[in-house]
Design a binder for this molecule. Structure first.
Ligand SMILES: O=C([O-])CC(=O)C(=O)O
Ligand SMILES: [Mg+2]
Length: 246
C-alpha cells in the first residue's frame, strides 16, 4: 500500500501507481498519454468534426463552473431493478488513480447513481472526476471538496433499490457516441467530449491548430480588420468542416 493510500485510510490493494492504474484502465500508458492543459472541449469537438468523428456528449453539463479534467475513461453501466437490492457505487473500489468515471444510466434523472460518500472516496483516491448520463445528489459535498462532476441533472432521490451496476469497463453508448474503456474524456464548462484512444494525438494536433487560427483571427481584428475580413483570411468557417471522412 502506498503512502497515499495509507494516509487516506483506504483499503490495501487499491491501485495507487498512476502508470499501472492507467494501463489497467484501458489501452493507454502514462508515456503514451499527453494531457494538454490548454485545450478546450470546443477545440476538441471541432477537431473531431473535421475528421467526421462523434464524441460530444450532448445533454451532460458541468455541475459547477471552473472544473476541467482530462483522463482515460472507466465505464460503468447501470440497469433498473424492480425489487429491493439494487445499489449505487459498487464499482468504486476498482477505479484507478487518474481515471475519469463515466456512468451510463441511460439518461435517467428520477434517481441517483452518485452521491456524497462516493465524491469523498473518489476525491481521496485521486480519481480525476465523474461524468454521468443520469443524475447525482449531495452536490454540496462535491462542491466543498472541489471534486468535479458532469451530469444530466441533480436530484436527491437515491438509486438504492432502484438501480444496480450491470457492467464495468465495457463499451457504453451515450447520445450515439460509442465510448470504450480507456478512451480519453475531456470535460470543462462547455460539457464533456470523448476521443478514441487511438486518435488522441491526432485530435490534439488538430485542436491546437484550431486554437492558433482562432487566436490569429482575434489578433487580426485587433490590428484593424473587420471580423468578416479576419475570418475570411484565416479560413474560420472551414476549421471544423469535415476533411478526412473516416
Ligand atoms: O444514494 C446515492 O446516490 C449515494 C449517496 O448518497 C452517497 O454516495 O452519499
Ligand atoms: Mg449520500
Amino acid at each position: 500500500m502506498s503512502d497515499t493510500a495509507a494516509g487516506s485510510g483506504l483499503a490495501a490493494g487499491h491501485a495507487t501507481d498512476r502508470s499501472a492504474a492507467l494501463a489497467a484502465a484501458g489501452r493507454l500508458t502514462d508515456e503514451a498519454f499527453e494531457t494538454p492543459t490548454e485545450l478546450s472541449t470546443a477545440s476538441i469537438s471541432d477537431a473531431l468534426d473535421s475528421l467526421g468523428l462523434p464524441g460530444s456528449l450532448h445533454g451532460i453539463g458541468a455541475l459547477r463552473r471552473g472544473g476541467r479534467i482530462v483522463g482515460p475513461v472507466f465505464t460503468v453501466t447501470y440497469e433498473p431493478v424492480d425489487a429491493t437490492g439494487g445499489t449505487v457505487g459498487d464499482f468504486l473500489d476498482d477505479v484507478p488513480v487518474g481515471a475519469v468515471i463515466l456512468i451510463d444510466n441511460a439518461g435517467r434523472t428520477d434517481c441517483t447513481v452518485w452521491g456524497g460518500i462516493m465524491s469523498e472516496v473518489a476525491h481521496d483516491r485521486g480519481v480525476a472526476g465523474t461524468v454521468i448520463n443520469g443524475t447525482c445528489r449531495d452536490v454540496a459535498v462535491a462542491t466543498a471538496l472541489g471534486y468535479p462532476i458532469w451530469s444530466v441533472s441533480r436530484f436527491m432521490r437515491t438509486g438504492k433499490d432502484r438501480v444496480r451496476v450491470a457492467a464495468v469497463q465495457t463499451s457504453v453508448t451515450i447520445d450515439q457516441v460509442v465510448v470504450r474503456p480507456g478512451d480519453i474524456l475531456v470535460a470543462d464548462d462547455d460539457g464533456a467530449v470523448v476521443v478514441p484512444a487511438a486518435r488522441w494525438d491526432e485530435i490534439v494536433d488538430i485542436a491546437r491548430h484550431i486554437d492558433r487560427v482562432e487566436e490569429a483571427i482575434v489578433e487580426t481584428v485587433r490590428s484593424g480588420a473587420t471580423l468578416a475580413e479576419a475570418r475570411a483570411r484565416h479560413g474560420y468557417h472551414a476549421l471544423q468542416t469535415r476533411k478526412d471522412p473516416s
